[in-house]
Design a protein. Structure first.
Length: 159
């Protein structure tokens, strides 16, 4: 990503894309009509551990915003790292009706710290098999911030 870029998307409450900006289309390599209505995992990269997304959904469904480093895959199989912020969107009654995400270029040194952690988490998930994957890898992520006595968000923002 370039320094001035923001990748923006909105989804419904099930994670189906309802809006994407031009920079999203450029990096993901899909047209607007291919993206609208698709599940957001259309850009999921197989190197991403499942536990990160589980953590993201739990955070969002509890009404909080989520920050994270994500490796995404474009339609041609290439990858791009982002630093993402995802927030719940609420209706007038305060119910969550969708989600909104803005991503910017991540710092190279932060990616260099998070990539080996994700690789270790992924290896644990693959060794454990699909059913046990998240239980197997989640403790690795939690150790990172619990050992420092900080929250996940504090850990990520300090990278
Ligand atoms: C607003 C929003 C933005 C998202 N952005 C991404 C993203 O950039 N990359 C990604 O892999 N998943 C993203 N997700 C999560 C996906 O919906 C999905 O949970 C994830 O890709 C894991 O795919 P899976 O559930 O098929 O394993 C986003 C979800 C929401 C609600």
């Amino acid at each position: 990503m370039r320094d001035e870029d923001f990748i923006v998307s909105k989804t419904d409450e099930k994670g189906r894309i309802s809006y994407c900006n031009r920079i999203f289309m450029e990096f993901a390599g899909y047209t607007e009509s291919e993206l609208l209505g698709s599940q957001h995992n259309i850009v999921r990269h197989p190197d991403m551990p499942r536990a990160v997304f589980r953590f993201m959904w739990e955070t969002l469904q509890s009404g909080q915003e989520f920050f994270g480093y994500v490796k995404n895959m474009a339609s041609d199989g290439s990858f791009y790292w982002v630093f993402a912020n995802v927030t719940p969107t609420r209706n007038a009654r305060g119910e969550i009706v969708g989600y909104f995400s803005v991503r910017r270029k991540p710092r190279t040194d932060a990616v260099a710290l998070i990539a080996p952690l994700y690789a270790e988490m992924l290896a644990r998930e693959q060794a454990a098999g699909a059913k046990q994957a998240i239980d197997a890898s989640r403790p690795l992520l939690e150790e990172q911030f619990q050992s420092k006595g900080v929250s996940y968000e504090e850990f990520i923002l300090a990278l």
